[in-house]
Design a protein around this ligand. Structure first.
Ligand code: IPE
Ligand code: IPE
Ligand code: MG
Length: 250
């Protein structure tokens, strides 16, 4: 069914996946990099590097499975609170990741970045423009990289855009609808998140996709992100396919 023959892939498990019932949009909170490194006596940066590498593996695998959209949480609006050395190392890693076009070339992945870009360096902003343009005509999966992203920031930004429209007389204050705000979030072009995966043992959203997760299914596990394998991803999809999504109905 799936043309994937790679080390570590559990083909039996994969064959249980129903290609007609895949989540359209999967959100991934890439957490646990620091603990992964600390457990091995390595600097936290080594964990972030391993985590970035793993995103490539999981994205490629998910794309081959037929999942159209992934949003990966790479840096939150709250992550600036970390020590400067760690923030700097994360920004350098992001830059390397964005520059590493050949790693993703041929994999048919379109990359888009979401979040508040105003706080990112000119260098990172330039690389974002380059990679978005470089990958824009691909017709495979779309990977949204959430950098300096916060669900609240995203909603407030959308509200401000709507306020401007009110001020310009395009809209009456009482006429704002859910659809209008949905059209203002960064992921306006894609379905809401069907499934949100958070490894590392934390049971929270940490300001990720607040608007888009109203009816998401959640999948948590104790595995740290660098260890999160294609098999774990397959298990998350299988569990998702066994959920009964009622959306408030019956
Ligand atoms: C996630 O790993 C990466 C980012 C938040 C940028 P962490 O750095 O949060 O790893 P832990 O949670 O400390 O293990
Ligand atoms: C969430 O992880 C943000 C990213 C993975 C980018 P954190 O490690 O920042 O979340 P908290 O602080 O444990 O909630
Ligand atoms: Mg963390």
């Amino acid at each position: 069914m799936f043309n994937i023959f790679k080390r570590g892939i559990d083909k039996k498990l994969l064959q249980e996946v129903d290609p007609a019932n895949l989540p359209r949009h999967v959100g991934i909170i890439m957490d646990g990099n620091g603990r992964w490194a600390e457990k091995r006596g390595l600097p936290r940066t080594a964990g972030h590097r391993a985590g970035a590498q793993n995103l490539k593996t999981i994205t490629e695998f998910a794309g081959q499975m037929g999942i159209p959209y992934i949003t990966a949480y790479a840096f939150s609006t709250e992550n600036w609170k970390r020590p400067k050395e760690e923030v700097d190392a994360l920004m350098q890693l992001l830059l390397d990741y964005l520059r590493d076009k050949d790693q993703l070339a041929g994999k048919n992945v379109t990359i888009r970045v979401i979040g508040d870009r105003s706080a990112l360096s000119d260098e990172i902003n330039r690389e974002i423009d380059v990679i978005e343009d470089y990958t824009k005509d691909r017709d495979g999966m779309v990977l949204y990289l959430a950098i300096n992203y916060g669900g609240r920031q995203e909603i407030v930004r959308g509200v401000n855009n709507l306020c401007r429209r009110v001020q310009q007389g395009e809209l009456e204050p009482g006429d704002v609808t859910e659809a209008m705000l949905s059209a203002e979030v960064y992921t306006r072009d894609v379905p809401e998140a069907d499934l949100i995966i958070r490894p590392s043992g934390e049971l929270r959203l940490s300001n990720f996709l607040l608007w888009q997760s109203a009816y998401s299914e959640f999948w948590f596990s104790d595995i740290n992100w660098p260890d999160f394998s294609t098999k774990d991803f397959t298990q998350a999809i299988l569990d998702y396919q066994n959920r009964n999504r009622r959306f408030g109905g019956r």
